[in-house]
Design a protein around this ligand. Structure first.
Ligand SMILES: [Zn+2]
Length: 189
């Protein structure tokens, strides 16, 4: 019949371990001196043991680092998920705006044949809205001197107008359009 201990063996073992610990505590100096002696007499074996211990410590550090990164990754991605859930609308809006701006920059460069500096200057002006009324709704690139009258596709001849202002300006130059509006206002007085 197998025995898993009666409890007596365990207590004997405990007492022996405790006695050994006590002895080592009381004889710290003797233990250290003995250890130094042994290392001096067995340099090869001491080096081998130290090397194995260093390797084990390195492996422990690696395992610890790996676990830490795993735990952190889980925590980070959870934080990211929570943040995304809480700010879904704002984040989408931001990316949409970024996408629109990138698209606009490409259109200005390729569609209008503008260089980088002119394209980014016009892109910045787009954020200010319609040159005439300040609206930000459906902005269009207008030629101050209309294309139909030979107006060039240059940064100086381009401006952002909302769809309404652009339609009202039609074939007029900016100066002609303002003169036209003045006439209307004068009649309305
Ligand atoms: Zn406008």
């Amino acid at each position: 019949m197998g025995s898993y201990g009666t409890g007596l063996e365990t207590s004997v073992l405990d007492r022996r371990l405790e006695a050994s610990r006590r002895w080592k505590r009381k004889n710290k100096e003797r233990m250290a001196a003995y250890h130094r002696d042994w290392v001096e007499k067995n340099p090869e074996r001491a080096r081998a043991i130290a090397g194995r211990a260093a390797l084990k410590a390195k492996e422990r550090r690696k395992a610890y680092g790996k676990r830490w990164r795993e735990l952190n990754r889980e925590r980070n991605s959870q934080q990211k998920r929570d943040y995304y859930r809480a700010n879904k609308a704002a984040i989408r809006q931001k990316y949409r705006a970024q996408y629109a701006a990138n698209r606009l920059a490409l259109l200005l460069k390729w569609g209008r044949g503008l260089n980088d500096a002119d394209a980014s200057a016009l892109l910045a002006e787009h954020a200010d809205g319609c040159v005439f009324c300040g609206s930000h709704e459906r902005l269009e690139l207008d030629h101050k001197m209309p294309k139909s009258r030979g107006g060039p596709n240059t940064r100086e001849n381009l401006q952002w107008l909302c769809r309404l202002c652009n339609a009202a300006k039609g074939d007029m130059t900016t100066v002609e359009f303002i003169t036209h509006i003045r006439k209307i206002l004068k009649r309305a007085e």
